[in-house]
Design a protein around this ligand. Sequence first.
Ligand code: ADP
Ligand code: MG
Length: 292
Amino acid sequence: MSTGPRREPPHSRRYHETATQPELRLPAGDVTEGVVRVGDTVRRPHQPQSLAVAEYLDHLERVGFPGSPRYLGRDDSGRDVLTFLPGHVPGDPVEPWATDERLLTSVGRLLRALHTASAGFAADRGFAAPAGSTWRRDLVPVHLPAPEPQPELVSHLDVTPQNVVVRDGEAVGLVDFDLAGPTTRLTDLYNTAMHWVPLCAPEDLRPPWDVVDQLSRLRALVDAYGATSGERSSLLDLGIARADVSWERMRASAEQLGGGWARMWRAGVGDMILRRKRWLVSRRAELAAALV
Ligand SMILES: Nc1ncnc2c1ncn2[C@@H]1O[C@H](COP(=O)(O)OP(=O)(O)O)[C@@H](O)[C@H]1O
Ligand SMILES: [Mg+2]
């Protein structure tokens, strides 16, 4: 694979083309316009959080985490260049194979590996973004109903099916670190469970998710992640509390950033978050029993 210069700090790293290759459209995600594949690389528009993300990806590379793209620099058009991770990525809506339990448990293990690899990164500066960059979250000022918990690490925070690379039925890679930032392990685990169990009201379970057993999948994911008993007993209350935070953040992103965020908001994501919260509250006892 052509990797271009790798030793410069992210802000001065340039990617030099080694050959002229066609640009192939990648499946559109929710938010980022213009993500394309060129040979062994992916090009994404440069964003305010790009250099903070690049520094995090450099850290993951340094500690030998195999499941994240490498940041190769910026190309002649100023786009971010990352390595392409070969494999299958679930579409939207997901294909039936994406609901397989073996895939779910491999997602839990991959998240654990990411958390282990992320430990210590940026801890000496309180997980702040590097000078000249920002975490995506700090781009959208929002008045939160409750304070965010004290961060323990930097992590991905958007482990949706469309951001997971699958080989031989198992999750081997994570892409799209746009929302990465300071957080807690439990927040990232809850977020991952939300997308992969999935945790939502039954009326929001679109095929092929409409036939899955949410209780047993929650248990399987949390077991595969290796959650402690303390984490298991806090997970649901965290999810219930997060609903209000997510609602505020989604609304603020829709208002301030527009684009895909506004589209999701118009499509009713805010109401879905509130239905999820009501469902978590009403099924709390059963879900809690499934977790221990
Ligand atoms: N580094 C990569 N390796 C392999 N596939 C990728 C990579 N980056 C993106 N993709 C593919 O392109 C899709 C959209 O890119 P993504 O970075 O997730 O954009 P968005 O922010 O719009 O979700 C992903 O769902 C995945 O299928
Ligand atoms: Mg994505």
